[in-house]
Every structure is written in C-alpha cells, then in structure tokens.
Design a protein around this ligand. Structure first.
Ligand code: FES
Length: 215
C-alpha cells in the first residue's frame, strides 16, 4: 500500500493511501473528538465534531471521512477548530437537554461527556418547539426515546452494516428529521432480531434496554 506522509500539529506522521485524517492522527497519538463516527462503521461525516484545518482548504473538513494526501498539513486544535466544535456541541445540546441531564442515563451520554471535554456550558440558545416523542416500549429488547436522539445515524448504520438488517432509517426533513422504522411505525416487528447492536451504538441512550418488568 502506498505510504503517505502528512504533518499534524507540526508532527510528521506516516500513513497509507485510503487512511483518513482521523486515523492518521490516532496513529500519531493525537486525539480528535468524534460523535457520529465509530471505527466499525463507514464514516458519514454528519455531526462535524471532528473538524480540523487543512492548509490550503477553503473551509474546515471532517477528519473522519477526509482521506490524507501526500504533504497535507493539518491542525487539529486551532482556535477556529475549537470554536466550530464547541458550536456544534452547543447546538446539539440545545435540542438534547431535558430528562437526560438528571436521569440515571446521563452519565453514559456521549454528548454530555463531549460537552465536558470541550468545556461547553449551558447552551445559549432556546428551541421554540422542542422535539418531543413519546417513549416506545413495544419491542422486548429495545426501548426508544427519540426525544434524546441527536440524529448521528450510528444506529441506522450499525443495524445495516453490523446486524445485517435494514430496520432503521432517517426520514423527514429539517426539525422533523427522525430515525424511523418503516413508515415511522413501531419497532415491534419480527425482522428485528433483538441483537441490541443499535443500543450499543447509540451515544445518548435514545435507544436503551427496556426497564425490567415493562413487558
Ligand atoms: Fe466526523 Fe461526526 S465524527 S463528522
């Protein structure tokens, strides 16, 4: 495989063709925060938490799906980069506060951990019409609380790519965008093999195991 040399935060790093900036940084021991990305899944680049500066590029790029090229000069921690990441997390938090902040699942919420890592405080913005969906417990293995969903799409990709099912999809547009089953139906269906992969990949506990005794 063709070797490629790049510079990240002034450090020379050697990678190979097809490697992303995120993978090269990781190889060089440089941490870039991520949210919609997981190494087991194909990158989608939807959240923009992993943005970095690439010298000569007109705008910040998502490191999780941008391949390295020979001589690339990358900065992962400049002020514009940090400001962009904080803005993304603040906007996501704006629509994600509520019970998650106080309930027992908050400690495992990746968004809240990321906010702490990036020192993002209480969001300055207010949502006029918060997205609210009733909790669904129709499936014996998966409890869905879509009000907590941040639309990272990890569950959709995990169901398709790891469980080899295609049960979840992203539907609607704008504020109405939502992870759905079929035509926005219930998850109570035979094709769901109750593998729990979608739960493992959900960063916010929008998908979780049902409380004991619910069904
Ligand atoms: Fe790269 Fe979400 S982690 S865009």
């Amino acid at each position: 495989m063709k070797q490629i040399k790049v510079q990240i935060n002034g450090k020379a790093i050697s990678g190979h063709e097809g490697m992303t900036i995120l993978e090269a940084a990781d190889q060089g021991g440089i941490h870039i925060p991520t949210l919609c990305h997981r190494p087991e899944l194909t990158p989608s680049g939807v959240c923009r938490v992993c943005v970095v500066e690439v010298k000569g590029a007109p705008r910040l790029v998502a490191s999780c799906h941008t391949p390295i090229s020979e001589g690339m000069v990358i900065v992962t921690n400049s002020q514009p980069v940090m400001e962009a990441r904080r803005a993304v997390v603040e906007l996501l938090l704006t629509g994600h506060t509520g019970s998650c902040v106080v309930d027992s699942e908050a400690h495992s919420c990746e968004l809240h951990k990321l906010a702490a890592e990036l020192e993002v405080g209480q969001p300055r913005f207010q949502v006029k019409k918060p997205r609210f969906y009733p909790v669904e417990e129709a499936n014996k293995s998966v409890r869905r609380d879509m009000s907590k969903c941040i639309l990272c799409g990890r569950c959709v990709r995990a169901c398709r790519q790891i469980a080899k099912k295609d049960i979840l999809a992203i539907a609607y547009r704008g504020f109405a965008t939502k992870v759905v089953v079929d035509c926005d139906g219930s998850l109570n269906k035979n094709e769901c093999i109750d593998c729990g992969v979608c739960i493992d990949f959900c960063p916010t506990s929008a998908l979780n195991k049902p409380a004991k005794g619910v069904l």
